[in-house]
Design a protein around this ligand. Structure first.
Ligand code: SAH
Length: 417
């Protein structure tokens, strides 16, 4: 048993919090029972790089119940929960992660997780996949699974350069993942992170969202629900139109900069808010990032123009600008909902992680020999996850009668004939 964590003595608190999350993850718990009976992953080794949260612990425990040996490293140095790490080590998972670890340690921990010689890698941001492609290691890997938008983009880029050495399933792209986790999970956790870091008042505030993808839509929807006036910045004409017809104002960042009280990036793109924008902002503007890596707000550019910097609250730094105003950066420009709050709640991670669990089952089943490439989640998995969640919520569906099925497949019925 090998590990590198902050403090094993935190395990009991970790177990308690994991249990609380588990209560809200009925689908994963059902899969856990199935995996345990079947011993679905006996003899298999899995390396995971995920946000180390109570929800992740529930996923790993389902895989472990199926017989898998698991090594875990972080997918973001600031989202790691040290008590969860301790509980997982106590449960026999090799964990290499500490909250706030520096970049060299983070990278070293990724190597340590890969030293398990995994059959499968499970990524959030593609760090394991990329690390495997940068080294000759990874002899036993048969497949990967990617959880998030930015990681899918990286895996696709590897595939486009013909470098991807194994099949990767893009869990992010499946409806039971991004319709719910990205939209409602990120929508809620981003607002949660902003409120915890600042205790700001949303009603009547102007909140600027850069990016109207699934995460941006959720953030805009929830901010509006709490009374904020929402402005959207987009580069995509169709998404911009969608925002307009959702009743939101669409402006360029240059136009929005002087208007916003709170700015949130959810684009997956680097350098979305830059020095020329900081200088145009109101005194006291808040800057939060919800997406991708810590590159959407140009933090280096902000530091360069700032005449002073100080931490005013946990996860909140003030930057004095040469024009006499100050702007406030949340969570160092890293994902605010993961760093200043607790990421997506268990009830929604139940879906994403049920997808992960069933894709693991699918990929480690020797019948499926896939060529290197990025694949969608098989549609029967997506359907099953939705059905299981509805069952757990005790929600009944209507079913089509034989006449309705016939109608559905006929061309004879209509106005003509
Ligand atoms: N890896 C990038 C961005 C990904 S964060 C970075 O760290 O900068 C977004 C991902 O976190 C989502 O795809 C979501 O599935 C995952 N996530 C959200 N809440 C989570 C939770 N409670 N536990 C584990 N992962 C979570």
């Amino acid at each position: 048993m090998s590990y590198d964590i902050r403090d094993l003595a935190l395990a009991q608190r970790g177990h308690q919090r994991i249990q609380w999350a588990s209560r809200h993850m009925p689908v994963l718990n059902q899969l856990k029972e199935e995996f345990a009976t079947e011993q679905a992953f006996r003899g298999k080794r899995i390396a995971a790089s995920l946000h180390i949260t109570t929800e992740t612990a529930v996923l790993l425990s389902a895989l472990q119940a199926g017989g898998a040996e698991i090594a875990l490293s972080a997918s973001n140095p600031l989202s790691t929960k040290d008590d969860v790490c301790a509980a997982l080590v106590e449960d026999g998972i090799h964990v290499y992660a500490q909250y706030g670890e520096d970049l060299p340690t983070y990278q070293c921990h990724i190597k340590q997780a890969l030293a398990i010689d995994p059959h499968l890698v499970m990524d959030d941001g593609a760090d394991l996949i990329i690390a495997l492609h940068n080294s000759p290691a990874g002899g036993s890997v048969v497949a990967g699974i990617e959880e998030t938008t930015s990681g899918v983009v990286r895996a696709r880029a590897l595939a486009a350069d013909k470098l991807l050495r194994f099949p990767v399933i893009a869990v992010n792209d499946t409806p039971t993942k991004h319709y719910f986790d990205n939209r409602y999970g990120t929508g809620q956790n981003t607002i949660d992170g902003i409120l915890r870091a600042t205790n700001t008042f949303l009603a009547g505030a102007t909140l600027v969202v850069a990016g109207y993808g699934w995460c941006g839509r959720g953030i805009a929807m929830r901010a509006r629900g709490m009374g904020a006036r929402v402005i959207v910045c987009e580069i995509n004409a169709i998404r911009a139109l969608e925002a307009v017809m959702d009743g939101l104002q669409v402006l360029s960042m240059a136009e929005a900069a002087p208007l916003g009280d709170i700015f949130v990036t959810a684009t997956g793109m680097a350098g979305v808010i830059r020095p020329e924008h900081f200088l145009a902002m109101k005194d006291g503007a808040l800057l939060a990032n919800s997406g991708h890596f810590d590159v959407e707000i140009d933090v280096a550019g902000l530091r360069q123009i700032a005449t002073g910097e100080q931490e005013v609250r946990e996860h909140l730094s003030e930057y004095q600008l040469p024009n006499g105003r100050a702007v406030y950066l949340l969570a160092q420009g890293r994902l605010v909902g993961q760093v200043a709050a607790e990421a997506s709640p268990a009830a929604v991670m139940d879906l994403s992680f049920a997808d992960q669990a069933l894709c693991t089952h699918y990929l480690l089943n020797a019948q499926h020999q896939l060529a290197p490439g990025v694949y969608d989640v098989p549609s029967d998995i997506d359907e099953r996850v939705a059905q299981l969640k509805l069952q757990a919520l005790d929600i009944k569906l209507d079913t089509l009668s034989p006449e309705q099925v016939a109608y559905q497949h006929s061309w004879q019925y209509g106005t003509e004939g």
